[in-house]
Design a protein around this ligand. Structure first.
Ligand code: CA
Length: 692
């Protein structure tokens, strides 16, 4: 009978989303009950899941916009997001609507043809949640399933909305609210389970990934990525195995390993793949003092999406000590390697190696550096382990310069893969960092826990920057032969590949650009007046193809110009959509640069400022930037009136600006320390004025 046949063929059975098999042999189920994401290529005009399909290739089969006509691309519509914070979201396109998220997990539903607003949902996240967000209150996108939209709010709630009305259907608190967890990643939905991770490995949390029932919001399963206190017993055999690789009292700070971004799913193998983050604290010798690989940090872990059961893992960076997360894009493809078609999983994580794994077994097929890498010479394909270079781990007062740095050779910006060119497209960075032990390190949960001293000035010898090479660029990489094919210079964001022979990206200089996917030649570019760092999408409404991107300021970037009043910046966040023959223009909204105030004319005691500098880089830099330079979202403190208006302590100790997220720090620092931070910032202000 029909049902038995369907159930026997695993690939087909997975097309059926929910409920049992019909007892009669009647017509096939109505389209609503088909797993539309698994069958995404039946509706190439939609973008149903974060990476469009479960394989997360970010490849659109649409080709109406192509290499031959892309110069006729023009603006079709734009929509202003009522926010000035960071936008990293990939929109979804479902049934003619675009669903895009903004900072904190706000959700906007727009008519995908016109940009007209259908509804806006504000999760009303408390401002103090900002304190636990390492890298701005970003949200990378929503998930869709059977008439519902799911979003992870920054404060740890997973929220289900009615796709038509935006009405909240349920909200489940997915994190311990006494711990510094946040959610920044997009949920995925697999056969009625909403999969959601979390963030907070800088702050002292224990990472995990959970599944909630799409219809009720009830917890279905949870898989921890690092072991807890052994005395309390292990949740499963995988945790018992992982605990063998840790030493010391790691559980007191949680261990880290958060699943804050990448996931992919293979319906045929029924395997969910998640990427895990760095350890807490960063410094391995502090975190696990007697050594150990520290599973499952910096790993790709394969799980059963219906139960959360562990299947296999591959650890990219054993004994991780440099913030080398493996949370970067996970892309599935079938590649012909040495004459055989292999089911592979690709990742280009922070540590600088491009990995091709067998996604059935988790065994590494190949791994080569795609950017400058000094921490390891190569990956041993027999053992699967990297071969570390000597002296790449800080010890005592010995500083080490390591490439890549904590920004990675590739960060969260989505990678794409084109099955037509066979190339992976990677937003690549040549980064480096000076690591030095924090010899006074003490645990402070809820604040950055690195075990490194970030207050040292970054003074690199001249020979650690590659001559004549761009610092960041778009890299086209051949994963079969593990080699560079082309690169396009310039700092940009997430990527989209299309069957039109194009690769799209936003840039940090405020452009939206298209490149020949085969050669890297820039084929089209438009000034969109704001940074595009999120992943673009392509979709079709009726006969018309669009390409769209959400624009907004980027996280993990320092301002190049002082921005004393970020709310007066021109160009708020917006979504822009382009089509062939589009004729719309963006409004001209240039705002004159605000004059900078002069620094306080006072004499700074160097010892006081030095003390302030150290503490600043424990508690303040996450929001206000290294050396108090700001980050284009929070103000540049060097130009703050609070430096000498007599109200510094009102803000820092008494929380006078708590409504904006600047909560009181009186639980962790004394008024004297707060005052020393003020003196340190005054010194930076004076240094900046001298440098100008
Ligand atoms: Ca991190």
């Amino acid at each position: 009978m029909r049902c038995a046949k369907l159930a026997a063929a695993s690939t087909v059975a997975l097309l059926i989303a929910a409920g049992g098999c019909s007892s009669d042999n009647g017509p096939t189920r109505p389209p609503e009950t088909v797993n539309r994401i698994a069958a995404a290529d039946r509706e190439p005009g939609s973008w149903l899941s974060h990476g469009r399909t479960y394989s997360e290739q970010r490849f659109s089969p649409l080709s109406q916009i192509n290499l031959d006509n892309v110069e006729r691309l023009g603006l079709a519509w734009y929509y202003d997001l009522d926010d000035h914070n960071v936008v990293e979201a990939t929109p979804l396109i479902v049934d003619g609507f675009m669903y895009v998220s903004g900072p904190m997990g706000k959700v906007y539903a727009l008519n995908a043809r016109s940009g007209e607003e259908a509804w806006v949902f504000n999760p009303k996240v408390p401002a103090e949640t900002l304190l636990a967000a390492c890298c701005q209150p970003v949200n990378r996108g929503v998930a869709a399933w059977e008439g519902k939209i799911f979003v992870g709010a920054l404060d740890g709630r997973l929220i289900a909305l009615d796709a038509k009305s935006g009405e909240q259907l349920w909200a489940s608190v997915t994190t311990d609210q006494t711990q510094p967890y946040t959610i920044t990643g997009a949920p995925r939905v697999i056969n009625g389970n909403v999969i959601i991770g979390n963030a907070g490995a800088e702050y002292g949390v224990r990472g995990y990934v959970s599944a909630y029932a799409a219809d009720s919001g009830e917890l279905v399963w949870r898989f921890y990525t690092v072991p807890g206190n052994p005395e309390l017993g292990f949740e499963n055999a995988a945790m018992r195995m992982a605990a063998e690789t840790w030493t010391g009292n790691w559980w007191e700070l949680g261990g880290g390993g958060t699943v804050w971004d990448a996931m992919a799913y293979d319906p045929e193998l029924d395997l969910l793949y998640v990427g895990t983050g760095n350890g807490t604290p960063w410094n391995h010798s502090v975190r696990s003092p007697e050594g150990g690989d520290n599973l499952f940090l910096s790993s790709i872990v394969a799980l059963r999406p219906s139960t959360g059961a562990y299947v296999w893992h591959y650890q990219t960076t054993p004994a991780e000590s440099w913030d080398y997360t493996a949370t970067q894009s996970i892309i599935l493809a079938d590649l012909e390697i040495e004459g055989a078609v292999r089911k592979v999983l690709m990742q280009a994580p922070k540590n600088g190696f491009f990995y091709v794994l067998d996604r059935i077994t988790g065994k590494v097929i190949s791994a080569q550096p795609f950017s400058e890498v000094t921490w390891a010479s190569h990956v041993d394909l027999e053992t699967g382990r990297p071969v570390e270079q000597p002296d790449m781990r800080a010890r005592g007062d010995v500083q080490v310069i390591v490439k890549p740095g904590p920004s990675g050779a590739h960060n969260w910006d989505p990678m794409a893969f084109s099955p037509i060119t066979g190339l992976a497209y990677i937003p690549t960075l040549n980064s480096r960092f000076i690591y030095q032990d924090d010899t006074d390190y003490q645990v402070a949960q809820g604040f950055w826990n690195l075990g490194y001293d970030l207050s040292i000035r970054m003074q690199f010898p001249a020979d650690t920057r590659s001559e004549g090479r761009s610092r960041s660029y778009l890299l086209a990489w051949d994963p079969v032969n593990q080699r560079e094919v082309w690169r396009a210079d310039g700092s940009g964001g997430g990527l989209l590949a299309t069957a039109g022979g194009l690769v799209f990206r936003g840039t940090r200089s405020g452009h939206f650009s298209a490149y020949d996917a085969a050669s890297g030649r820039e084929a089209w570019s438009a000034d969109v007046g704001n940074r595009g760092i999120a992943g673009p999408v392509a979709y079709q409404i009726g006969e018309q193809q669009f390409v769209a991107i959400a624009l907004g300021r980027g996280a993990a970037t320092q301002s190049t110009r002082p921005v004393p009043h970020p709310n007066r910046l021109p160009h708020g966040n917006r979504v822009v959509a382009f089509k062939l023959g589009g004729t719309l223009s963006l409004p001209d909204e240039t705002v004159p640069q605000q004059p900078l105030r002069a620094p306080p004319n006072v004499t700074v005691n160097p010892a006081t400022a030095a003390k302030g500098r150290f503490v600043y880089h424990r508690f303040c830099f996450g929001c206000h930037g290294r050396e108090a330079r700001g980050n284009k979202i929070q103000p540049d403190l060097r130009y703050s009136d609070y430096l000498d208006n007599g109200r510094w302590q009102d803000v820092v100790m008494d929380g006078a600006l708590a409504g904006g997220g600047m909560v009181s720090f009186k639980e962790v620092i004394s008024p004297e320390i707060s005052e020393s931070i003020r003196w340190y910032v005054i010194l930076e202000a004076q240094n900046a004025a001298t440098a100008n």
